[in-house]
Ligand binder design. Structure first.
Ligand code: GUN
Length: 288
């Protein structure tokens, strides 16, 4: 039976590290790291997520702020708010919750965020920095996956890693992070021929496609580390991942559950990114 990688417990360890880092930063610089979350509209899931982000930030000693704008806010007003936050020296991290209402173009808003405050790591400059091996703010879910993989103890150098899914916010950045750790990385996707055979090569398998129970037990190399990023509603309304959990548990060496695996890691990594951004901004001020 696979070792189950407990995302709740590991996320709590990350939060404890963040709390200590925040305390150190605050005493060194006379101010707490600042995170501002922007929510445009009333999407019920987004309301819950953004409240959790603000609350979790405060629990770690970060100056967390949630700014809510009405659903009909014009794009120019959202961009003006982002510009104001870019200029606000007390703000180290800016997160604009997605999806945005239809009159607000996501690409324009993400491009407007100062890349050095882009704690989501969604700005093209951060994607480019990551791809070229420069210090970058890295998207939170991929960072959480890497921490879970690290907790498994697997040696990544020389290992075969397969990432199923090629999104800009999960698949591509995870592939870059695995490559930076010297894994041999394959990015598979919906057009991949013989996906089960490709997955069977994987010492580390990351499933990030959003299809319930896509990855079957016999797709998994015995002993592999399996990270399930999917969050899907099963036919019975329960949350299920992209990996058929019970089958996978028979073959994998380490496996993340859904819920309770990757999910809890994401906010913890957002808080860690806020500290990373705050430190980098203070270091840049010292150099200036
Ligand atoms: N909506 C759902 N997940 C996310 C996320 O990680 N960041 C942002 N900005 N919006 C989201």
């Amino acid at each position: 039976m696979a070792n189950i990688l407990d995302g709740k417990a590991i996320a709590e360890k990350v939060r404890a590290e963040v709390r200590a880092d925040v305390a150190g930063f605050t005493s060194a610089h006379g101010r707490a790291p600042g995170l501002t979350v922007v929510l445009v509209g009333e999407d019920p899931a987004s309301v819950v997520y953004t409240r959790n982000k603000e609350r979790s930030a405060k629990e770690c000693g970060i100056a967390g702020t949630l700014i809510r704008l009405p659903a009909e806010t014009p794009e120019a007003e959202v961009l003006a708010l982002v510009e104001r936050l870019n200029r606000d020296d007390a703000v180290d991290g800016i997160l604009v919750q997605l999806p945005l209402p239809k009159q607000v173009r996501e690409a324009e808003v993400l491009r407007a965020i100062d890349p050095d405050k882009d704690v989501d790591g969604f700005h093209a400059l951060n994607a480019g920095r990551l791809a070229t091996g420069h210090p970058a703010l890295v998207p939170c879910t991929p960072l959480g996956c890497m921490r879970l993989i690290a907790e498994s103890g697997v040696e990544l150098a020389g290992a075969r890693a397969v990432v199923v899914g090629r999104s800009n916010i999960v698949g591509k950045p995870i592939a870059q992070l695995l490559l930076a750790k010297h894994a041999t990385v394959t990015i598979a996707h919906s057009r991949t021929r013989d996906l089960p055979a490709v997955c069977r090569e994987a010492d580390v398998l990351v499933a990030a496609v959003g299809r319930a129970n896509l990855v079957r037990g016999d797709w998994i190399k015995p002993g592999a580390v399996v990270i399930d990023v999917g969050i899907n509603r099963g036919a019975d309304g329960k949350l299920v991942g992209d990996v058929a959990f019970a089958e996978a548990a028979e073959r994998a060496g380490h496996l993340t559950p859904v819920p309770g695996g990757v999910g809890p890691m994401t906010i913890a990594c957002l808080l860690a990114n806020t500290v990373t951004a705050a430190r980098a901004r203070e270091a840049a001020k010292r150099r200036a």
